[in-house]
Design a binder for this molecule. Structure first.
Ligand code: HEC
Length: 203
């Protein structure tokens, strides 16, 4: 009987200690976490604030491929290439949970030329060679003065691409996104993104 009482008291003390630990534990701000526990940065910057070309993005989450071909735009589309769009995996996981673009989100738009227009399957638009690369990055600290904290970069529309890119001014990129997209991202034309936003109801 005594032993049971002792065990009971020990268990109760343990529970109290655990509850106390959880309730008194300080809330740690994301930036105070040790480096290993901090979210991975998917792009790096040079000392003078240019962004370096992201690596490995073709293995990120693939969102979709919009196309505005020349021959549907009077021969002169503003963006005549295919746009293969990817999001870094951490931001995609965050989006699945919250429906929001987290701070640090990186979107890559890789351009490919329109290649052949006929295959054994029929006539159509098929992707050719890689031709260019642009990205957008949301970062509240680094781009605190940009609308929505989104910054836009172009590594060029012709190979060889630039290894580093300076931020474009808001008028040449950000403004069109701010004016015409929901939350700066043209989510409606990315089926993989749209599907997630529908389930999180933040569309
Ligand atoms: C006239 C409007 C307009 C301008 C200016 C513009 N964009 Fe976009 N951008 C779009 C549209 C529309 C899409 C989605 C459809 C597509 O790719 O054709 C898009 C998609 C993107 C994407 C994929 C992610 C997303 O937000 O949907 C990136 C990255 C991007 N643009 C970067 C840039 C950069 C860099 C510049 C400036 C050099 C720029 N854009 C200028 C209209 C614009």
């Amino acid at each position: 009987m005594r032993t049971r009482l002792k065990i009971g008291l020990a268990v109760a003390a343990g529970v109290c200690a655990t509850v106390a630990w959880f309730t008194t534990r300080p809330i740690v701000a994301a930036d105070d976490r040790p480096a290993a526990a901090q979210p991975k940065a998917w792009v790096e910057y040079t000392a003078d604030g240019k962004v370096k070309q992201p690596v490995g993005y073709r293995k990120w989450v693939f969102l979709g491929t919009p196309l505005t071909p020349n021959d549907m735009n009077g021969g002169e589309a503003t963006f005549p290439e295919f746009h293969n769009v990817y999001m870094d995996p951490d931001s995609f996981a965050h989006l699945e949970k919250t429906g929001e673009y987290r701070d640090g989100t990186v979107l890559v738009k890789e351009l490919t030329a329109v290649g052949t227009k006929e295959l054994s399957s029929g006539k159509g638009y098929f992707q050719g060679e890689f031709t260019g690369l642009e990205i957008s990055v949301k970062d509240a600290k680094r781009f605190k003065d940009e609308p929505g904290n989104w910054a836009y970069f172009s590594f060029g529309h012709k190979y060889p691409l630039k290894a580093e890119a300076a931020r474009n001014n808001a008028a040449s990129c950000n403004k069109c996104h701010a004016d015409n997209a929901k939350n700066f991202v043209f989510s409606d034309v990315y089926p993989a993104l749209n599907a997630v936003l529908k389930t999180t109801k933040k569309k």
